[in-house]
Design a protein around this ligand. Structure first.
Ligand code: SAH
Length: 381
């Protein structure tokens, strides 16, 4: 590691910010030693804010039907080989019931942009979910919608929304998406979500086709200024039936490096160690935690649909039952000195949980989250 890189890292830690060109420099000139230093500082930061708790989110993949045609995505409209499914509201609620019994206090409803989920249908699902499990947070990740729609969903009780910005460079955005999709609309959505009081998540794929270190520096600067409550980053993994089938996947190495940078930039951000990271590296999610991530998202989708929600090739965790998925991740987190918390896991300082009369242990005092998710066979009360 050069003295220059070392000084950039310590400056980032101190000031939680670097000029954009210095983010690019840090990325370009990184080496193993720099990554190790960053990971150590980021891990310390994670511990200072969240203790040893790792937040778990139960992921429910509600539909593989999508009207969009993103060039990287396995469930894009033009992939005629993709197997399509859609969960009914009853099925979604049943997944959440099972998840609640397993100790989950946040559910992430993610899916393609499926026209079946009108505001009426989706608001109904959110409302019923919150009625049945008032101690839980609901996160939506169903793509671009109108401001009115986001507002209606928020009023129905949705707490958080994940919408990766994908890239902060409009030219790069145009290379990853079909002409009918626009960078401006993506950004409009993110602004609306934040204004409507969602805990909002942005993010991007690491190593997406045509991405340069300058693009990544732009992503980091965007994240630094947008100040999302959550940030999802994972490696790009090609899917055999997409136009990007022959592009190289993103690396775990660069993903881990960027996770650490983001943790230093935004110490309180909710940062998942993603399934895609676990797909490109066998102990990728554990490595993600050690690099500064503090969230994992075990899959609660019904096993029969899991292989069909195939955004990229070789996706892991498609064969297990929810309880197995939960147990496996619990083991993995323990192996790196962490424990999965039974907690909504709101972004620190966020107040919507309070409104519902729910006390978030994580906010009462950092590092004082003690409850673990229950073992198999023992049902959490
Ligand atoms: N339709 C929703 C959910 C998309 S899936 C939305 O538009 O937000 C969630 C994320 O998976 C996407 O935002 C994208 O960043 C990621 N993704 C899609 N295809 C991928 C691939 N081939 N490799 C890695 N990540 C991918």
């Amino acid at each position: 590691m050069t003295e220059r890189v070392k000084s950039l890292i310590f400056r980032l830690e101190r000031e939680q910010s670097l000029p954009e060109r210095e983010y690019a420099e840090l990325i370009r000139d990184r080496d193993e030693e720099a990554a190790a230093l960053l990971a150590r500082l980021a891990s310390e930061k994670r511990r200072a804010v969240f203790g040893d708790a790792v937040y778990t989110r139960g992921l429910i993949e509600i539909s593989s039907i999508c009207k969009n045609n993103c060039l990287y995505c396995g469930i894009r409209r033009d992939n005629i080989l993709a197997e399509r499914y859609r969960l009914t509201p009853e099925e979604i609620l049943a997944c959440a019931d099972e998840g609640h019994a397993l100790g989950f206090r946040t559910f992430v409803l993610q899916g393609g942009e499926d026209p079946f989920y009108t505001d009426e249908v989706l608001c109904g699902i959110v409302r019923q979910l919150k009625e049945r499990h008032p101690d839980c947070a609901v996160t939506l990740s169903v793509g671009e919608r109108s401001r009115e729609s986001y507002q209606a969903l928020r009023e129905a009780g949705a707490d958080r929304y994940l919408l990766r910005h994908e890239t902060a460079d409009p030219d790069h955005y145009a290379k990853l998406h079909p002409r009918e999709m626009s960078f401006d609309n993506r950004m409009r959505c993110l602004r609306d979500l934040k204004e409507l009081g969602y805990q909002t998540g942005c993010g991007f794929m690491v190593g997406s086709p045509f991405q340069t270190p300058e693009n990544l520096a732009g992503d980091l600067k965007f994240i630094e200024t947008f100040r999302p409550a959550m940030c999802g980053i994972g490696p790009f993994v090609p899917h055999r039936n997409t136009p990007f089938r022959d592009h190289a996947p993103g690396t775990a190495e660069l993903t881990l490096f960027l996770l650490s940078v983001i943790r230093l930039m935004l110490p309180e951000v909710l940062l998942p160690a993603t399934t895609a990271l676990g797909t490109v590296l066998p102990r990728g999610r554990e490595a993600g935690i050690l690099a500064g991530a503090n969230v994992v998202m075990p899959n609660l989708s019904p096993v029969r649909v899991r292989k069909k929600y195939e955004l990229y090739d070789n996706k892991i965790c498609t064969g297990e039952e929810s309880a197995q998925c939960r147990d496996c991740l619990q083991q993995r987190m323990r192996s790196v000195g962490c424990f999965p918390a039974v907690d909504r896991g709101d972004a620190p300082g966020y107040t919507s949980a309070k409104k519902n009369g729910i006390i978030n242990e994580g906010r009462k005092k950092h590092g004082k989250i003690r409850s673990e998710i229950p073992e198999s066979g023992r049902i959490h009360q």
